[in-house]
Design a protein around this ligand. Structure first.
Ligand SMILES: Nc1nc2c(c(=O)[nH]1)N[C@H]1C(S)=C(S)[C@@H](COP(=O)(O)O)O[C@H]1N2
Ligand SMILES: [Mo]
Length: 249
């Protein structure tokens, strides 16, 4: 809601659009949709319901192609959950780190509603060799253009969930945010809501669910949104997953 006395959302990048929620505005447990932070890697795809389909492919018995009505006809589930970008607070690093210079506002709580990912997977029938579920967005682009690590042409924003998380109570395919249809910037008509995981797993503009028999090694799984895992001795690169919960007593 426009209110001149309140700080406005902060545009961190114009193209692709990246906007921060002005954290000092926080006054309620839900962030209104039009103030919620926006984190885009590519331009927002403008999808229309008549043309949009969600396909379920890969290691399944029955590949599916679902329209929005088919999803809405399935049992509806609500999940109130915080989504936080893994880069939130980056501006506070010393020395400075490359990337969008978020302050505190690349985070927000909302009420997400839609269908459980596991209900869709059950309809397709997961094969016994499945290990992960890859979620693929409709937005695409070249990454690392001009560098040695440049992608071979355009690639889609995609991320995987291990099977146990994909089948859990906290993996939702959301078509509504705070009881309104998703705004285009937040993934219309369908996005993932993955409670407890950083924002990179909450794939927007979802168009494909691919069940795979090997761990997914896409760009945002192995080159970006990774961390050094030291738990097995020699540090290894591991995908970022769950958020760090800070309890202040
Ligand atoms: N398809 C797609 N999904 C995406 C992204 C993206 O660029 N494309 N960004 C991810 C990241 S890093 C975050 S933090 C959240 C942000 O969601 P929001 O823009 O609705 O706040 O979406 C995630 N899902
Ligand atoms: Mo993010």
């Amino acid at each position: 809601m426009a209110d001149s006395k309140q700080p406005a959302p902060i545009v961190r990048q114009q193209s692709p659009l990246n906007v921060e929620y002005p954290f000092s505005r926080l006054s309620d447990w839900l962030i209104p949709n039009d103030q919620f932070y926006i984190r885009n890697h590519f331009p927002t795809p403008r999808l229309t319901v008549p043309d949009w389909r969600l396909t379920v492919t890969g290691a399944v018995d029955k590949p599916l192609s679902l329209d929005l009505d088919a999803l809405k006809a399935m049992p509806k589930t609500e999940l109130a959950a915080v989504m936080e970008c893994a880069g939130n607070g980056r501006v506070f690093y010393e020395p400075a780190r490359e990337g969008l210079q978020w302050q505190d506002g690349a985070v927000g709580n909302a009420l997400w509603s839609g269908v459980l990912l596991r209900d869709v997977l059950a309809e397709a029938g997961i094969r016994t060799n499945a290990v992960e579920v890859v979620l693929v967005g409709a937005d695409r682009g070249v990454v690392d253009a001009g560098k040695k690590t440049a992608s071979p042409g355009e690639i889609a924003f995609a991320r995987s969930l291990p099977l146990d998380k994909a089948l859990s109570d906290s993996a939702l395919l959301a078509y509504a945010m705070n009881d309104e249809p998703l705004m285009p910037e937040h993934g219309f008509p369908l996005r993932a809501a993955v409670g407890g995981w950083y924002g990179m797993a909450w794939i927007k503009w979802l168009v494909e669910i691919r069940v795979v028999a090997q761990p997914f090694t896409g760009h945002w799984q192995t080159r970006d949104y990774t961390q050094w895992d030291r738990t097995l001795g020699e540090p290894m690169v591991a995908p970022l997953t769950t958020t760090v919960l800070l309890v202040i007593l």
